[in-house]
Structures are given as C-alpha cells and as structure tokens.
Design a binder for this molecule. Structure first.
Ligand code: ASN
Length: 481
C-alpha cells in the first residue's frame, strides 16, 4: 500500500529537486555574480513597492553591471549575514552601505570609496539625553556586525551603557522610538534619510561624527579582482559623466517622500495592503512553496527515520536515534545558518537560499516526524507483529501490510500538528534572506514604518494559511480512515 502511494510522491519529489537544482542557473553568455546586500538600508539599499531593489548602491551596481557586461543575482538579507556570505565565498561581492575599515581590509578587498559616512549617536526626538555620559546604565540598540555597532562598543566601558543587538536598522530604530532603548548608533546618511522621512529620532553629534570614513564595494580577499576593477573604473566614469551625481540627487534631493516613509503608503491597513499587494503575494507564494515541499519531503524523511527506528537492525535503530536526537536538538535558525553560511565556506560550493532553507526544514521537521512515527509503530500492539510473523509473513511484509497501516492511523493527528509547525517555521528562514512572508513584512516596514499594521496583516495571512492547511489535513485524515 505504501509503495503504491509513495511512487507518485517520489516522482514529484525528484521533479521538484531537479527544478531547484537547475532553476538557479544563469545564462552562459555573460558572467553572473552573486552580490549580497542589506535588505533594509535606505537610501542605499531598499525595496520599492514593486519589489524592486533600489537605492544609491543598487543604482550604481546596475550601472557597473551594464557597462561591464555582467549580470548578477542579488541576495538581500540582514547586513551581518550578507557580509558573511562574501567572507565564506557564498557571494562574490557585497554592496550594502558598508564602511571601509582596517579590520574589513584584512578579510576583503575593497573598491575606491563612493560615499562619505560617519557614525551618529541617536535618541528619540525631544529626548533629554544630550551627552554620551547621560547614557550611563541605559540600554543602547546596535545592529549586529556593523561599523556603527563597533564604534558604539568602543565607547561602552567609558560611558557605562548596556547594549542590545538587532538584525536590521528599522527594528533597531523602532526600539528607540518605542522607548525600549535610550539611544542607538547608525551611519549619518542613513539616519538623516530616515528622519527626513518622518522618523521621530534625533542625531546628537551632527558636527562630531565618529569614525568618519566612506562606503565601498567589497569582495573576498584575493577573489574576483575583476569586479573591483570594474567597479572602480565605472565609478570614475560615472563621476565624470554626471550619472553618479544624478543617482545621489534622485534619492537625496527630492523633496517628496517618494522612496520611503509612511507618506508614500496610504496609512490605512487597506491602503498598505493595496499598495504592497504584489510583494505580499510573492511572499505568500514563497511561503506556500516552502511549506509544501517541506511537508512532503520532511514527512518522507520522517517515515524513513521512523521505520529505521523500529527495524530489526541495531545499527539502523541507533542511526535513527542519533539523527533524531541531533536535528531535534538544533535550533532551526542555527541549522539554517550552518547550512547556508557555514557549510559553503568549507565545501566551496554555493547553496541557493531556497535549497538551504528547504534542507533545514527537512532535517528539523523530519526529525520530529521520525520521533512520532517511531512511537506510532511502537504503539501498534506487539502481538500484531507476532501474529503476522506466525502466519508466515516475512518481517518486511509484516511491517508493510500490518504494522504500517495501523501505525499511520495513530500518527495522523501528529502529522497534522507537524504540518502546521512546518508552516510557521518557514518564517525563521527569513534570516537567510528567503523572501517569504515574514521577510516581506520586514521590507515593507522598512519602507513605511507601519509596524503595527504590517505585522497585523502578515499575522492574519498566516492564520488564514493555517486554517486552510488544517482543513486540508482534516479532509485527508477522513479519507485515510
Ligand atoms: N553601515 C554598515 C557598516 O558599515 C553596514 C550596514 O548596516 N548596511 O557596517
């Protein structure tokens, strides 16, 4: 029975794995590079309402690619992960409002500077804190892995503040706006832009910025020197022919709040939904895709682990227990980072984010599934196996014909539960830059600062999805019984 049912599932599985493997191939005509970026770093790197990445960095990068005849695949994510992607060889280069520092020069090769920056310390608008010494005992919000965070940390012991880390600039800003953190450190051009677009924060050291420096385009040390050369020569040309200035003016001189800020979205929930429908739809599709693949493949993997767990072989039982123990014990995000950011550095291969995310889900959800499948088989009365064997059925046949069908029935509620958990767990994969629903929400909030409404919308969509999934599972459950 299982075999007959498994055949089409295996075929579908093979087809989709093929799609994943080949879907990311670029055309052979022009070289294709993987470039990572910070997903929410206006005015340098952010998304417009049509899901397109825009900003000073993005416009320059587009021009560099065009003039040097290459294409690129953009990987937008949290800055810290984006930088690690390059350090580990997962990405060929990074443009992310990334400051040129001596430490970074040890790990990366860097282009000529293209934009001046310096670190500001920032409080809520109208705050009574005006000197760094006022921060004693207070909490300061920092963004992981950034030059601004390092600058903040260098002042920590002198001024006696506590620190708290965030992955993206907007969540960090919000922590200060909401009064959870007293201050934050961020690059001047970035905070200036946010304030201009209505964020209720205030720079305290406008005339005395920390670590004055400049942004550059980075590649891993010793690799892709042609990209640095291309960037530098195009930057020079663009400065000479005025196109560089035009890009800067496009984002900084416009008086309208065209590119970010709540003014560009109608502030109502309906308005937000309407003006972001395309990106929300794309995020939803990605979440559904991940969930479906993960549910099918993790269930199969879990079944295999479960069958191994009750097999006659001590070795297989031990192997199953070890795999379940390991992958149930690892937090999902750690596993995702390990597969996406850690492994490629050692294996010298690039793993597409979707594949890494899917593999993470299969290993994690599969381990949970394996545990309850094993339990389900064990729950089928031992007498059943003995009876089947005494009727002359070999072990394999007895399993397939007697134990598995009964065990599966016991497991159905656990499967349904696991499907729902899998759907919710896809949101954790936003951390490796998969543009699913949660990451889509992050990007929209980065643009319109409407955290309450956007997260309410995203939450309701998840609830609808879970309701549909539950209905579907219940329907399947009835059919199986
Ligand atoms: N400005 C940051 C840095 O240089 C990068 C970023 O947050 N996108 O570290």
């Amino acid at each position: 029975m299982v075999n007959r049912r498994m055949k089409p599932i295996l075929l579908v599985m093979a087809f989709f794995l093929g799609l994943i493997a080949f879907g990311n191939r670029a055309s052979a005509a022009e070289p294709n590079y993987v470039i990572s970026t910070d997903a929410t770093y206006a005015p340098f790197d952010f998304q417009d309402k049509n899901n397109q990445y825009i900003g000073i960095d993005q416009d320059i990068l587009k021009e560099v690619a065009k003039r040097n005849h290459f294409t690129y695949t953009l990987k937008p994510m949290a800055f810290n992960s984006a930088a690690q992607m390059v350090a580990n060889g997962q990405a060929d280069g990074i443009i992310a409002g990334m400051a040129i520092t001596d430490e970074r020069k040890q790990v990366y090769d860097v282009s000529d500077p293209y934009y001046n920056t310096g670190v500001a310390w920032i409080t809520k608008k109208g705050s009574k804190l005006t000197s760094l010494s006022d921060l004693k005992g207070k909490t300061v919000a920092l963004k992981s892995g950034t030059a601004a965070a390092n600058y903040g940390l260098s002042l920590q012991s002198k001024y006696g503040f506590k620190v708290k880390y965030f992955n993206d600039t907007d969540t960090m800003y919000n922590d200060v706006v909401n009064g959870n953190s007293a201050a934050t450190f961020e690059d001047m051009p970035v905070i200036q832009y946010a304030i201009k677009n209505g964020l209720k924060l205030q720079v305290q050291n406008a005339n005395d910025l920390g670590n004055a420096g400049a942004y550059g385009f980075f590649v891993k040390k010793g690799q892709n020197p042609q990209l640095i050369k291309a960037f530098n020569s195009t930057l020079k040309e663009m400065k000479a022919d005025g196109s560089y200035q035009k890009i800067v003016n496009k984002y900084l001189k416009s008086d309208q709040k065209t590119f970010t800020g709540s003014a560009s979205d109608n502030d109502s929930t309906w308005g937000i939904l309407k003006s972001n429908k395309k990106s929300i739809w794309n995020g939803l599709v990605e979440t559904i895709k991940l969930t479906i693949f993960a549910i099918i493949l993790a269930s199969l993997w879990g079944l295999i682990l479960g069958v191994m767990g009750v097999s006659q072989s001590k070795f297989l039982r031990g192997l199953s227990t070890t795999i379940i123990y390991t992958f149930r014990g690892l937090p999902l995000m750690v596993l995702a980072f390990f597969i996406y950011i850690g492994l490629p550095g050692v294996l010298h291969t690039k793993v597409p984010a979707f594949t890494a995310g899917l593999l993470t889900l299969i290993l994690n959800e599969g381990a949970y599934t394996g545990a309850f499948v094993r339990g389900g088989f064990e729950a089928v009365n031992v007498g059943q196996m003995e009876a089947a064997r005494s009727l002359g059925l070999p072990y394999g046949k007895a399993m397939a014909k007697v134990i598995v069908p009964q065990g599966l029935k016991i497991m159905v509620p656990s499967f349904v539960n696991q499907f729902i958990i899998t759907l919710k767990d896809t949101s954790i994969l936003s951390a490796i830059g998969i543009l699913e629903l949660t990451q889509t929400g992050t990007l929209i909030v980065a643009r319109n600062s409407q955290g309450f409404r956007v997260w309410a919308i995203v939450g309701v969509i998840y609830l609808i999805l879970i309701t549909l999934l539950t209905w579907l599972s219940n329907w399947l459950e009835k059919r199986l019984n």
